[in-house]
Design a protein around this ligand. Structure first.
Ligand code: A3P
Length: 326
């Protein structure tokens, strides 16, 4: 039934759709793996619950030159990046030896908000924000100001597997009676690009190209590189954010301490990261953001032939870009 219709037989006039509802009606729609609505907006698949605040953000957010924006593919290590960037940029204000350091009492997502909730945060310095959206979708003021973007992605095999487990957990909270799709079904939809903020390869390629064209604006990182040499990557991030570590700090082991403080082992064992928070619907346990934190866990969920198919698919999408994700 058309919801704007005047149902005159019953004498009722249904409410007219507002601008947002009209927009929704005009967008291509698909079901997400969680069986919720995804809308194709500005070239990306966006969940209905995020879309309205995203549009508000696009229209109203004013970037400042000192802002740092963390952009990530979902399940690529966003929580880790938030913790690292917060600790690095705020290290003069909050010593990690302090037992009340914000990361000890607050989950990283509470310290570096996603843009969807940008209105609710008190600004620190520099202001830190996070998002999963493509460069195309970012507000103009982010593109034209001197604010900086750190982009993080991850090997698609592990990203996919992390996403599958995350989705599985959310589904069991949302609707315990329904079954989350199998890895095979999910992989198909993953490669079709019909996942939250997908298609993932288009977004990765956008930020990859920008990081080459404007290295002072966009820093491109990979989860595997963080795992491989966290000290070098912390230095790279600090240099990029204009808050380089001094040689004195380096000699005093400050970078090593920050890396340890933000490690999976430390963060996942903190009490705060094992609690449930009224963040959104469904309620998310902070612990859901810390599963294994390993490279290569895909082996425990998908077959080698599924992984090879995914590799071939991704290789084809990245062809000619010079970017390798495996
Ligand atoms: P796994 O599911 O493979 O364990 P996001 O933060 O983007 O949602 O990504 C979540 C993934 O990052 C999960 O991967 C999670 O375990 C991992 N992760 C979270 N904190 C981490 C940390 N401090 N170090 C390394 N990996 C971390």
């Amino acid at each position: 039934m058309d919801c704007h219709q005047d149902n005159s037989s019953q004498g009722e006039v249904l409410p007219q759709p507002n601008e947002f509802q009209k927009l929704l009606q005009s967008l291509p729609i698909r079901k997400s793996l969680l069986n919720t609505n995804l809308y194709l907006y500005d070239g990306s698949w966006i969940g209905e619950s995020c879309l309205e605040s995203l549009i508000d953000f696009q229209q109203n957010f004013q970037a400042q030159d000192t802002d740092i924006i963390l952009v990530t593919t979902p399940k690529s290590g966003t929580t880790w990046l938030k913790a690292l960037v917060f600790t690095i940029t705020q290290r003069f204000q909050y010593k990690i030896s302090d037992e009340n350091h914000p990361l000890v009492t607050t989950n990283p997502h509470g310290l570096v908000p996603f843009f969807e909730s940008y209105r609710s945060i008190a600004a620190g310095m520099p202001r830190l924000f996070a998002t999963h959206i493509s460069y195309t979708m970012l507000p103009e003021s982010i593109k034209t100001s001197k604010c900086k973007i750190i982009y993080l992605c991850r090997n698609p095999r592990d990203t996919f597997v992390s996403m599958w487990y995350f989705g599985h957990q959310i589904m069991s909270k949302l609707d315990p009676s329904s079954q989350f799709p199998s890895p095979e079904e999910c992989l198909e939809q993953f490669c079709e690009g019909v996942i939250h903020y997908g298609p993932f390869w288009e977004q990765i390629l956008q930020y990859w190209k920008l990081s080459n064209e404007m290295p002072e604006k966009v820093l491109f990182l990979k989860y595997e590189e963080l795992k491989g040499d966290i000290i070098a990557q912390c230095k790279k991030m600090a240099d990029f954010m204009n808050c380089s570590f001094s040689s004195e700090e380096e000699n005093d082991g400050v970078i090593k301490d920050i890396a340890k403080f933000c490690s999976f082992e430390h963060l996942s064992n903190l009490e705060v990261n094992n609690q449930t928070e009224e963040r959104s619907v469904p309620r998310l346990d902070n612990g859901m953001f810390f599963r294994k934190g390993e490279i290569g866990d895909w082996k425990n969920l998908i077959t080698t032939s599924m992984a090879e198919k995914l590799d071939q698919f991704v290789e084809q999408k990245l062809q000619g870009s010079g970017l390798k994700l495996n």
